[in-house]
Design a protein around this ligand. Sequence first.
Ligand SMILES: [Ca+2]
Length: 149
Amino acid sequence: MATAVLAATAVAAPLLVAAPASAAAHQGGLHLGFIQYDSPGRDTGSNSSRNAEWVNIHNNTRGAIQLKGYKLKDNTGFTYTFGSYKIGAGKTVKVRTGKGTNASGVRYWGQGSYVWNNTSDKARLLKPSGTQIDSCSWTTRDHGTKNCH
Ligand SMILES: [Ca+2]
């Protein structure tokens, strides 16, 4: 990280007005990224609307990680448990709330309702052992999207 920050400072000093804060706050390891906790538009309850609610998980390590057994939890007990899925180094996987066909970079929770509360909630990322490796909370002040980096 230090190398990247120094390089950015040397190369793009004029662009750094907003960069230092995000660089400083950026987490290493496997962590929660952007969360779209409030689906854009009205909450119609449709599958497409539920799928417009999602959480990104980012692998900021130098190696691939097998996510089988890793868990994503909200504040009220909803739990998504990953099946076999290998996230590459530097890659992101998006977990959408509704039903769909899993593909590279996207997993479907398969819920028939919304998971992430629009007013306030907290996402947690846990290892198969139950050890929490990241958490991120929000309120209405975040306007629908939270950057948990
Ligand atoms: Ca929501």
